[in-house]
Design a protein around this ligand. Structure first.
Ligand code: DX5
Ligand code: ZN
Length: 221
């Protein structure tokens, strides 16, 4: 089976029972936690203290997606809080190479995210500094939005660049990923899939993780 990771977003889970929600998706490869500061995106969610509590109680590692201004300043604190992977937005980072190196030096996977209108090509030379690239398939800020097909060509181009670099840099997609759209993403070259409302809107979130994994794996060989 091809290497596929499902990293459900807890944005649509019940925040008052977040550890119990995490326990409903035991086979999730990571818990995707959406950090929003009401500046980079028009929404406010949670910060490092919540990640720290969840990292202590959850069995799965944490994938922190920082939709915040100045990730250079705040990003390393999320590694200290226990995140295993930290994703910063390149549109917000002042010095993405320095930030990626700092995240790695602290022991986390370093990941760079692109909003739908941000091209990958200007960052091609940075890819060896990263463990993952996140191509957003909605405008960041809210769960439950419609998948943007216009992002598929960028997923394909990113896959080509990553294949040239070699190594094992993951390609994650986030936004509107569901049973309807995951195959398109996998065919375009994504290998790591965030799904929020598709997982936590399902009757059995754990089973939905497995359904999505099987669909994606069938498209990647
Ligand atoms: C959106 C977040 C996503 C979101 C995904 O800004 O980054 O992680 O929670 O939710 P769905 O899967 O519902 O689009
Ligand atoms: Zn996210």
């Amino acid at each position: 089976m091809a290497d596929v990771r499902i990293t459900p977003s807890l944005l649509n889970a019940d925040f008052a029972r977040i550890a119990e929600e995490a326990a409903r998706i035991p086979s999730a490869d990571f818990l995707h936690m959406d950090v929003m500061d009401n500046h980079f995106v028009p929404n406010l969610t949670l910060g490092a203290p919540v990640i720290e509590s969840l990292a202590r109680s959850a069995a799965q590692p944490i994938d922190a997606h920082l939709m915040i201004e100045d990730p250079d300043r705040w990003g390393p604190a999320f590694v200290e809080a226990g995140a295993s992977s930290v994703t910063f937005h390149v549109e917000a980072a002042h010095a993405p190479v320095r930030l990626a190196r700092e995240l790695r030096a602290k022991g986390a996977r370093a990941s760079m995210a692109l909003k739908p209108a941000t091209p990958i090509e200007p960052y091609a030379d940075l890819l060896p500094e990263l463990d993952m690239v996140l191509v957003m398939t909605v405008e960041p800020g809210f769960g439950g939005q419609k998948f943007l097909d216009l992002c598929l060509p960028k997923i394909r181009r990113t896959r080509e660049l990553l294949d040239k670099v070699g190594g094992d840099i993951w390609l994650q997609v986030d936004g509107g990923v569901s049973v309807e759209t995951i195959e398109r993403c996998a065919e375009a070259g994504a290998d790591t899939f965030v799904a929020g409302s598709a997982v936590f809107g399902a009757d059995d979130p754990g089973a939905m993780v497995e359904t999505l994994r099987a669909q994606a794996a069938a498209c990647r060989h």
